[in-house]
Design a protein around this ligand. Structure first.
Ligand code: ADP
Ligand code: MG
Length: 613
């Protein structure tokens, strides 16, 4: 039989490699921008069209390439950055595998212009699907410009696999942040469909963080960060951590090692443990932590997309990192941060001549006895006030129940439990709150235990759902409008959900440059922070890969219901408990919360009897 093994043609091999290196437009941005940084570009322009699906262009003013290098750059394993295996351990450049350009050119249409400072003319190269279509000399600026069009044009399955523009853009921005945060000495200009969304001047790290994340509330962000710094033989650590009170459900968390973004769950734990007891469960602090270690003590080659790194001294670094963060948090607790921002503070003119100061004069009656009242209460028939109280429903929960007074007939099917008959007959006599968490009440078939938060969650959820369906939500004005500022990636999501937020009772006023004043909020939100609420909605959506608009109304209803439902620990009066039960059993589903938790359970008469045997 003939031999059957043969080498794959280059373009096929490249496409396979591309599967690993180039997963989406964001990977192209990462590879091109990292190349530009490796080439010493001090100013980098990034331009994307349609979330990078139509085109991605990265222009730098770095060292450029010779004619031969320009051709070589697109060969697989062609790199100027390492030449033998030992170099792998001393890598300082971002790239080193020599795979990126070959991979990109195998799945897209690429045009490159490049010129070195010593050359008069530059090189123009056009490649698509790994085939060179054109090579020429050209007039161009010093540096390199690479335009990548129609990513995955020749791999339709991959192109279809790309997510919505918003999801792809979120990935792009995330990659961009990771690079921009660690290269503050590089100036960046980022254009999304011809609109400049980032203009980042050369800065120090703190300013760079602010320029990216703190667009408008610059001062506020500055006040939220604490600096950290430690130098040891093993590692030197510097950077910024968020103050505990600014912790959020999803925060910006970045580790960099030797100028490269990494993910490190173990080190993340070291940071999180330092915040133990300082932040609420489910929340996490922001951090931007830059580690420097000897290049020989790390291996960055264990993952093709290179965000995972193996450290030789992992445990020691863990302890040092944990101690560093703790120290900074400790310092902050002892020495409260000073707000140097004097804007809006009242002006005090110092008094020069102390002798002329007169104490303020006040008049008071030294014989006044507050208990000796001359006031006599008018006669009033108090009983009249309470007449009919027993039969009237009192809406007593602070936020949520007072907007829908439609009396609903019970819709709930309760698997053989005859609740209503008994609940109604024993309304005031047999109801009891246990540990601020459960409502206990007797029913025909035994003893019913209701989780008060879960029950109220269900009630509020159904109420909000009905309101949203009717576009009839209840809103309350905020006394002092809060301003929410959004980075470009968050703004994209915000714009998509704004309409639904408004339907739910929010009103916004555009204050320019990606900021909005929140004028009113849904009344169910009560005293919850509107900004925190919206931010956490955006964070949730950023994480989700599915189409935002389809799922948003559901997410919004869930979140609003969850924040406004009465909490465990809240004492309830008998009237409130009865009211809650009535409303619960008027819900379409009274058995489970909208997120699937059990609302009540029954200990049957039989079980109770058995306990006494
Ligand atoms: P790697 O970055 O891993 O070396 P790439 O495929 O990304 O591999 O790039 C191949 C080579 O092309 C690089 O080693 C570098 O010499 C050259 N190159 C790529 N982009 C640029 C650029 N913007 N400026 C100058 N040289 C570049
Ligand atoms: Mg590279």
């Amino acid at each position: 039989m003939a031999d059957i093994i043969h080498l794959l043609p280059d373009n096929v091999a490249n496409q396979i490699a591309a599967g690993e290196v180039i997963q989406r437009p964001a990977s192209v941005i990462k590879e091109l921008v990292e190349n530009s940084i490796d080439a010493g570009g001090g100013v980098i322009h990034i331009l994307i069209k349609d979330a990078g699906k139509t085109s991605i262009q990265v222009i730098d003013n770095g060292k450029g390439m010779s004619e031969t290098d320009a051709r070589m750059a697109f060969e697989r394993h062609a790199t100027s950055k390492i030449s033998d295996a030992s170099d792998l351990f001393s890598i300082r450049t971002m790239g080193f595998r020599g795979e990126a350009l070959a991979s990109i050119a195998s799945v897209s249409q690429v045009e490159m212009k490049t010129r070195r400072s010593d050359d008069e003319l530059g090189i123009f190269l056009e490649i698509a699907g790994s085939r060179v279509f054109k090579q020429d000399v050209t007039h161009c600026d010093i540096g390199t410009s690479i335009l990548v069009r129609n990513l995955f044009f020749n791999v339709p399955a991959r192109r279809r696999f790309l997510k919505s523009d918003n999801v792809e853009k979120t990935h792009i921005f995330n990659e961009f942040y990771r690079i921009a945060l660690v290269n503050p000495e590089v100036e960046f200009h980022f254009f999304d469909n011809d609109v400049e969304v980032f203009s980042l001047p050369v800065a120090n790290i703190k300013q760079r963080i602010e320029n990216i994340f703190g667009k408008n509330p610059r001062k506020r962000l500055q006040q939220q960060l604490l600096s950290i710094q430690t130098d040891t033989n093993i590692v030197s650590i510097k950077g910024f951590i968020g103050k505990p009170e600014f912790a959020q459900k999803y925060s910006d968390q970045y580790f960099f090692v030797n100028g490269r973004f990494i993910k490190h769950p173990y080190f993340n734990k070291a940071v999180m443990l330092a915040y133990n007891q300082l932040i609420k469960q489910g929340e996490s602090p922001s951090y931007f932590i830059y580690l420097e270690v000897d290049t020989e003590t790390i291996d960055i080659n264990i993952h093709p997309t290179k965000t995972e790194v193996k450290f030789e001294n992992e445990q020691a670094i863990w302890s040092i990192l944990n101690a560093t963060v703790k120290e900074s948090l400790g310092k902050f607790n002892v020495v409260p941060s000073i707000d140097f921002d004097q804007d809006g503070a009242p002006d005090f003119t110092p008094v020069r001549n102390l002798e002329n100061i007169q104490p303020p004069k006040t008049n008071f009656n030294p014989d006044y006895n507050p208990f000796q009242s001359t006031y006599s209460r008018p006669k009033f028939d108090w009983d009249k006030l309470y007449a009919g109280f027993e039969t009237q429903k009192v809406d007593s929960f602070q936020n949520s129940l007072d907007f829908e007074n439609e009396k609903v007939t019970p819709e709930c099917d309760n698997n053989n439990i005859e609740i209503n008959a008994d609940l109604n007959s024993n309304k005031t006599s047999s109801i009891f709150q246990l540990k601020g968490k459960y409502i206990l009440t007797s029913i025909k078939s035994g003893l019913m235990l209701i989780d008060q938060h879960n029950a109220h969650f269900r009630i509020v959820y159904e109420t909000i759902e009905k309101q949203l369906a009717k576009n009839k939500s209840y809103s309350q004005q905020i006394l002092f409008p809060e301003e929410i500022s959004l980075s470009p990636d968050r703004l994209i999501i915000f714009n998509q959900i704004k309409h639904d937020l408004c339907n739910a009772g929010f009103t916004f006023e555009n204050t320019g440059s990606n900021s909005y004043n929140i004028i009113s909020i849904p009344s169910v939100l009560g005293t919850e922070s509107a900004i925190a609420f919206i931010n956490s909605m955006i964070d949730d959506l950023k994480e989700s890969e599915i189409n935002i608009q389809e799922t948003f109304r559901q997410t919004l209803t869930l979140s609003l219901a969850n924040v406004s439902a009465i909490k465990t620990g809240q004492a309830l009066t008998e009237i409130e408990m009865n009211d809650l039960i009535d409303r619960l059993f008027s819900c379409t589903d009274c058995n489970y919360t909208p997120d699937g938790k059990k609302i009540f359970t029954v200990i049957t008469n039989e079980e109770i009897l058995n306990r006494f045997k």
